[in-house]
Design a protein. Structure first.
Length: 147
């Protein structure tokens, strides 16, 4: 898989479909993705191979006898669904996941190397505004990285 990066904006249609950016589609080479709930109120999309690796690591590190583990599995693994690109390059986002992420109309698609995030545009802006200070602090912690 090639590097998947970029920020794209698109709209969700009345049937819950979103046109996926052609640049990202061409990098993926797959006809379907795995979509699930994510952290911070967005959705994560994975290629099937990346999903297998990610979910396997979660399952290996989680015990069904630990309440925190069960919570993570119920919120990240259980809601995962396979979605397929239609002939127009759109993905149909399941209703339950649209509701979780608050997807209304305007959306932001973020390529983050091995996975993709899907946000409601207003929620994403609010997230960026709310986390600006912690982002500034986090970048200071990276002061040892040089390029």
């Amino acid at each position: 898989m090639n590097l998947i990066t970029g920020e794209y904006r698109n709209t969700l249609d009345e049937k819950g479909r979103i046109l996926f950016p052609s640049r990202l589609r061409s990098e993926l080479k797959e006809t379907h993705l795995i979509i699930t709930q994510a952290l911070d109120g967005c959705l994560w999309l994975f290629t099937p191979d990346e999903w297998r690796g990610f979910s396997s690591k979660l399952m290996e590190s989680a015990s069904p006898f630990n309440s925190n583990s069960r919570s993570v599995l119920r919120r990240l693994v259980a809601p995962a669904q396979e979605i397929e690109f239609d002939k127009s390059g759109r993905l149909s986002i399941p209703q339950s996941l649209r509701e979780y992420a608050g997807l209304e109309k305007d959306c932001v698609i973020l390529g983050i190397n091995k996975f993709i995030e899907l946000w409601d545009a207003e929620k994403y802006k609010a997230y960026l505004d709310k986390t600006q200070d912690s982002f500034d602090e986090a970048t200071e912690e990276l002061s040892q990285i040089f390029f």
